[in-house]
Design a protein around this ligand. Structure first.
Ligand SMILES: *Cc1c(COP(=O)(O)O)cnc(C)c1O
Length: 410
């Protein structure tokens, strides 16, 4: 759904409140804007008043009733809202999940024989997609060290068509120099795609930092409540049009009920991200002073890897970071995670509730090492925390007793 409204002179909080709330979507012709939120339009069939209207209808226009696969006001409102919070975007395509968004984007730009470059800290299902789906369609993928422009340039060849960036990487948290990588890609005619799930447009405005397409798993911060899955891709006018056509070709739709839940989450996203960032920073700083911890991987924390780039480029953070235990064993790390009472054990993140998962990237990385440069070989047992909205002091007390369980299991 493309946007004609210009909200660029408003702050991100204000935009988050106003975005997507066109009066024709929140009322009837007699009562425009009568309610705050767009209704849930459950519709496959859209009816025409007569044959003349059916014949006159522009079949493929944004924001017009046509058939359920093209959406209805609930989905249009969410897509428009996401466009309005992404500076530089002409439109946003919705996908049934974050993985579907990445697949939809890559299948729009890649053709048999093309080479895709992918950052080595990419979300694992993105790597799996490269080795499976994309390889089956004749696309070769090469991975590069996320923190090295030289490695990116060395990996380029004359068949390189696109690069997938992810910053910070959602396990190991390396921050990429996205503006420099996007510029280096552009200079070679390579399309840059950023998986911006960690920061959201509130933390990092990808298109205005030079990226061509910004993809996001809405499942995380936008939903914020761990009850709904969706993905998005936002871009300028040319890529938006291509993404939309490819998504239609793939028959991708999202339900109006889910779109409504995402709109609800979007309204409080700024506040949740701010609270989670403050709590995560306090917990990361506390962990840094603990004798059990070898390294805190939290770019928001001064002194942590990637902090300088983060401070230069980012307007905000979130509750997701990792830390690495000083030596130990996989079993001791399991004991730590099992001992946590306030952290769920489970995938995903960005919900109101805190989560903990192990970080074991050694076996999946191919272009750069884990443990990271400067870390000892025995310091390889990482833990990823997604900090939710519980009180920080309660979370710290919980981690403190779980570190006791880790020591006892050594
Ligand atoms: C979760 C996640 C995805 C995939 O999103 P789903 O909605 O779970 O399919 C993509 N990228 C990153 C960085 C993620 O954390």
């Amino acid at each position: 759904m493309s946007s004609s409204d210009n909200m660029s002179d408003l702050g991100p909080g204000t935009r988050g409140v106003l975005a997507g709330r066109r009066e024709e979507w929140t009322g009837t012709p007699d009562h425009p804007g009568a309610v705050v939120n767009p209704a849930v339009w459950r519709a496959s069939t859209h009816l025409y008043p007569d044959m003349a209207a059916l014949r006159a209808h522009p079949a493929n226009e944004d924001g017009r009733f046509y058939y359920g696969r093209r959406g209805a006001p609930t989905q249009w409102a969410l897509a428009e809202a996401l466009t309005q919070i992404e500076p530089g975007a002409a439109g946003t395509v919705l996908y049934p999940s974050g993985v579907a968004a990445i697949a939809g984007v890559l299948l729009t730009m890649l053709r048999p024989g093309d080479v895709l470059l992918m950052t080595d800290n990419a979300y694992e299902p993105s790597r799996v997609m490269a080795r499976g789906l994309l390889r089956d369609f004749g696309v070769e993928t090469r991975w590069f060290d996320p923190t090295s422009i030289g490695a990116f340039e060395a990996a380029c060849c004359d068949r390189t068509k696109a690069v997938l960036l992810e910053s910070p990487g959602s396990l190991t948290m390396e921050v990429q120099d996205v503006p420099a990588l996007a510029a280096a890609a552009k200079a070679r005619g390579i399309v840059s795609v950023l998986d911006n799930t960690w920061a959201s447009p509130l933390g990092f405005a990808g298109l205005s930092h030079g990226v061509d397409i910004v993809a996001m798993s809405l499942t995380k911060h936008v939903s914020g409540h761990s009850d709904c899955m969706m993905g998005s891709a936002s871009a300028g006018p040319d890529w938006y049009r291509k993404l939309r056509l490819r998504s239609q070709g793939l028959g991708l739709v999202v339900s109006p009920d889910d779109a409504s839940l995402m709109l609800r989450g979007l309204r409080t996203m700024k506040m949740r991200l701010e609270a989670e960032t403050a709590s995560a920073l306090a917990i990361a700083g506390w962990l840094e002073g603990r004798p059990e911890v070898a390294r805190v991987l939290c770019p928001m924390l001064p002194g942590s890897p990637g902090h300088e780039l983060w401070a230069r480029d980012f307007a905000g953070g979130c509750g997701l970071f990792s830390f690495v235990l000083k030596g130990g064993s996989s079993a001791a790390r399991d004991a730590l995670i099992d001992a946590l009472a306030l952290f769920g054990i489970g995938y995903s993140w960005g919900g109101f509730e805190s989560l903990a998962t192990p970080v074991d990237p050694a076996s999946i990385r191919t272009a750069s090492a884990w443990p990271l440069a400067g870390m000892a070989m025995e310091d390889r047992f990482g833990v990823r925390l997604s900090i939710g909205l519980e009180d920080t002091a309660d979370l710290i007390a919980d981690i403190e007793q779980a570190l006791g369980a880790w020591r006892a299991a050594l």
